[in-house]
Design a protein around this ligand. Structure first.
Ligand SMILES: [Zn+2]
Length: 294
């Protein structure tokens, strides 16, 4: 079982096309562990996390943030993924326990989980003050085509994408990842039509990742190219310290009123499925001691 996820990037075909190959098996297994995802939920969230990691790999600054929301009309509800320039990723599906029978071809019904009507929204914040927001309509809910449409309509960067997540009978991910071809400005017609011809070869990219790995895919298509690799990990930004400032921002009155009603303050982080509990004593200490009616 792979312990880390890695994205490899290189330029192929006389440097006319940017190629990225991602092995996100470990990332998807961490999402399954944190959210107890059904196989179809793992496939939908895993594909979305893989495509979002690719988007994050283009961020220039480590502190830049990027988030993706896939809001379709399927049984899984919304899928939210966010990451940063360090390729620290986190994400969740609104209904992680929603399940669907496999499709007629035996594949997990990701389109049914996500839904075919809806939007894909990307928010990119490079810290300059005004975040960039791009939205496109879902094409199939199968995620790869939806991201391809987003790249074309919102970023004007045609990108051929293959994504896959394979789940074993024990509910764990056996192989997950993606292959991304993006022709650079000025790429020749020959390169562009070659991408269209071979993208179908990666229809079973999860099986390729499971058997030959990202290295095997690269040795096949990018032999002799200069390949850069970066680690992708599941990491949430939340912390007890961050929740403390959140409680402080409520103000003493509001915090006291929650304590009176609930006996404690409980905050849940959807992204990593963690509960933070603050008892009355800790909340009082936070506001500099118990309010004695000053
Ligand atoms: Zn969290």
């Amino acid at each position: 079982m792979r312990k880390t996820s890695t994205i490899y990037k290189t330029l192929i075909w006389d440097e006319e096309v940017s190629l990225a190959v991602l092995d996100s098996t470990a990332l998807v297994n961490e999402a399954i562990r944190r959210h107890r995802l059904t196989p179809v939920a793992a496939a939908a969230l895993g594909r979305t996390m893989s495509a979002t990691a690719y988007l994050c790999s283009w961020l220039k600054d480590e502190k830049s943030l990027l988030s993706v929301t896939v809001a379709g009309d399927g049984v899984g509800g919304k899928i939210c993924v966010s990451g940063d320039g360090k390729l620290h990723m986190r994400g969740f599906a609104e209904n992680p326990s929603a399940n669907l029978p496999p499709r007629a071809d035996g594949k997990l019904d990701v389109g049914g989980f996500v839904g075919r009507e809806g939007t894909l929204t990307v928010i990119r914040d490079d810290g300059s003050g005004i975040p960039y927001v791009g939205t496109s309509a879902l094409v199939s809910g199968e995620i790869a085509e939806d991201f391809s449409a987003y790249f074309l309509t919102s970023e004007q960067r045609p990108t051929a994408i293959a994504l896959g997540v394979k789940i074993g009978t024990d509910g764990k991910c056996l192989g997950a990842g993606g292959v991304f071809f993006q022709p650079l400005p000025g790429a020749s017609e020959a390169s562009i039509s070659h991408i269209e011809k071979i993208i179908g070869d990666y229809a079973h990219v999860s099986t390729l990742i499971e058997t030959v790995g990202a290295e095997g895919i690269l040795s096949d298509i990018a032999a002799g190219c200069n390949i850069a690799s970066r680690t992708v990990s599941y990491k949430c930004h939340c912390s007890r310290t961050a929740i403390r400032s959140l409680i402080l921002s409520l103000g003493r009155e509001e915090a006291e009123s929650i304590l009176r009603e609930m006996g404690e303050i409980k905050v849940h982080c959807d992204y990593c499925n963690t509960d933070y509990e603050f008892g009355a004593d800790e909340v009082h200490a936070l506001f500099g001691g118990k309010d004695e009616g000053r």
